[in-house]
Every structure is written in C-alpha cells, then in structure tokens.
Design a protein. Structure first.
Length: 230
C-alpha cells in the first residue's frame, strides 16, 4: 500500500484531495494540524506529502523542514497566497513544488505524478551508485551531499539535483526549459523564473567557498552551464 499524506485544516479540501488520491491508487492519510502531520508522516512513511502552509500548531514550512531533515520524500506545499517570496521560501526549505489556492484537484494529482516520476528516476541514479568527483567538488546522490574542498555545503535536495544535472554534463548548455523538464518535470506548471531564482540562490550558497576551477555560467537568452576553467 502506497500512502499519501494530506495535511490541511480545511475538511472540504482534504475530502476532495482524498477522493482524487484514491483514483491514483494512493491511500490518503489525513492530518488537520502540523503536529499531527509530522506524527503521521513518521508512522506511515508516505510516498508523497501535500502540505498546507497555514495550519494550527505548526505551519507547513516547519513541518516541511522536519520532514526534509529525515527524508527526501516529495513534498508539495499548498497555500492561499502566491507571492514570489513565499514560493521561494518553500523551495528553499526543500519543497518539490508549490500550489496556490484555489486549485484544480486534477492539477494537484498531475503534480503528484510528476514528482513521483522524478523520484523514481533519482532512485535509479542512486542504485547505480552515482558519485561525481570533479575538480574540487564531490556530489554523492547516495547521501544527497555536496562537498567543495572537503567542506560540506548546506544545500536543499533540489539544489543538489541541479548541481548533479549540470556537473554531469560539463560545458553543456541547458536551456531554462531543459532544467524545468529535468528537475521539475515536463508537466510542471511554473515558468522560467523558477529556474532563475533557483540558480541565484544556489550560486549564493556555492560562492561562500572558493571554487576557482569551475562556475555556473549564464548563457544570456538561453540558460546555464557548468563551466570548467581552462
């Protein structure tokens, strides 16, 4: 049995998402506050989490942080507000996607299918023992870690996957759409600004340590590449 955790204090929302989840072959587990959500997460080990941001006791951001400290399970945040800073905050703490109310239940399920497909691809990479050692950097997908000159970088799951995608193909130019498809899935409903904001935050973290032998280079009007210095 594959479980999906649905956490929202609005019973109408949990009811409709439960109905649509069952159509996808997923068994819903329902939580109405943040503390209950994390307790049920630890009990049932769901394959995906739909997490309302504004919940009693603990908000969705805090629950997402606690989940991400223990697991790489896909987390989709749901909120009534769609300001860019909130979307960025959600992605920064490790959420895989972000949905703004009101939403179509079919759209939510499409996003669930997308994150589960991406997780399956990542698990295949992990099983193949993929580790990249390039210049002064080591990326280990078995452990979801990235080290530069021996220093472990504090990166989110998505940021490590971004570095893996770029560094696995040195000097290859990825368009923004390429990265959206690779990292968020071809049926992701966002736009290229998601990639730009993501790369900006990733660069800021990487630039806290010296890495003179490589860089994430912007190809204006096209996208980005992992460039190795000559």
């Amino acid at each position: 049995m594959q479980y999906i955790l649905i956490a929202d204090d609005n019973h109408d929302i949990t009811d409709v998402l439960s109905t649509y989840s069952k159509k996808e072959g997923l068994e819903p587990i329902i939580a109405y506050d943040g503390e209950e959500a994390f307790r049920l997460f630890e009990q049932h080990n769901p394959v995906a989490v739909l997490l309302d941001v504004m919940m009693p006791k603990e908000d969705g951001y805090e629950v997402c942080r606690k989940i991400r400290a223990k697991s790489n399970v896909p987390v989709i945040l749901i909120t009534a507000r769609g300001e860019d800073f909130e979307r960025i905050m959600g992605l920064d703490i490790g959420a895989d996607d972000y949905i703004v109310k009101p939403f179509s239940p079919s759209e939510v399920m499409a996003r669930v299918r997308a994150v589960l497909r991406r997780m399956t691809r990542t698990e295949k990479d992990i099983k193949s023992g993929n580790i990249i050692s390039l210049c002064d950097m080591i990326i280990n997908l078995d452990e979801y870690t990235l080290h530069i000159n021996g220093s472990k970088m504090s990166l989110t799951k998505k940021e490590i996957e971004t570095m893996w995608t770029l560094a696995k193909n040195p000097n290859k130019v990825f368009t923004r759409d390429n990265l959206l498809d690779s990292l968020w899935g071809f049926d992701y409903f966002g736009d290229s600004r998601t990639v730009d904001s993501h790369i900006k935050r990733l660069r800021a973290k990487l630039d806290t340590v010296d890495h003179p032998d490589w860089n994430i280079k912007t190809i204006w009007g096209v996208g980005y590449k992992f460039e190795i210095a000559e």
